[in-house]
Design a protein around this ligand. Structure first.
Ligand code: ADP
Length: 150
C-alpha cells in the first residue's frame, strides 16, 4: 500500500498494528476491496496529518457481532467547529490545511459511504493539537466450515 513506502522514508513516524482477532479463529465474510479502501484512506490521513509520532491501528470483535477498527494518531487534530462537517464531500478542516497538506476532501465522504453500505458506522473523536481517533464498525459475518467447506 502507498502509505507503507511513505513510512519507510520518514523516521519521525511509526505505525503500530494491534490485532485482537486470533489468526485462524474464524472465517469472516467481508468486502475486501472496500475495507482496504477505507483503511488506506484513514491510515493515509493519520500519516499525513501527523508530523511526528505514532499511528496506531487496532481491530477487535465486539459483542460477537461487529468488528471494530480504530485508527489513532497524535497529529494536528480537528477543531470542534470543523469536526461536525468532516465527513461531508469536499470538506477540509480549513484553508490552511488544504494549502499545507493538499488533498481533495473526498476521502472521508467516500469512506463513510462504504462503511454504511457494509452496514456499519464511522465516527471520530479529536482534540485539536493532540490527535484524532477514527473508528468504524463492520457487521461480523462469521462463516462456519462444515467438512472444510463453506
Ligand atoms: P483530504 O485528506 O483529501 O483533504 P479527507 O476527506 O480524507 O480529504 O479529509 C477531509 C479533511 O479532514 C482533511 O482535509 C483534514 O482537514 C481532516 N482530517 C482527516 N483526517 C485527519 C486526521 N487524521 N487528523 C487531522 N485532520 C484530519
Amino acid at each position: 500500500m502507498s502509505f507503507i513506502s511513505e513510512l519507510h522514508n520518514n523516521k519521525n513516524k511509526s505505525l503500530i498494528v494491534n490485532c485482537e482477532i486470533k489468526k485462524g479463529d474464524d472465517l469472516i465474510l467481508i468486502d475486501r476491496q472496500r475495507l482496504r479502501q477505507i483503511l488506506t484512506n484513514l491510515i493515509s490521513n493519520a500519516i499525513k496529518f501527523t508530523e511526528k509520532g505514532i499511528i496506531e491501528i487496532k481491530y477487535s470483535i465486539i459483542q460477537e457481532k461487529e468488528i471494530l477498527f480504530e485508527i489513532k494518531d497524535n497529529g494536528i487534530g480537528i477543531s470542534k467547529k470543523d469536526i461536525q462537517y468532516i465527513f461531508e464531500r469536499f470538506r477540509q478542516a480549513n484553508n490552511k490545511t488544504k494549502k499545507v497538506y493538499g488533498g481533495t476532501g473526498l476521502g472521508l465522504a467516500i469512506s463513510k459511504g462504504f462503511v454504511e453500505l457494509m452496514g456499519g458506522k464511522i465516527s471520530v473523536e479529536s482534540i485539536e493539537g493532540k490527535g484524532s481517533i477514527f473508528s468504524f464498525t463492520i457487521p461480523y459475518n462469521q462463516v462456519k466450515l462444515v467438512n472444510n467447506k463453506y
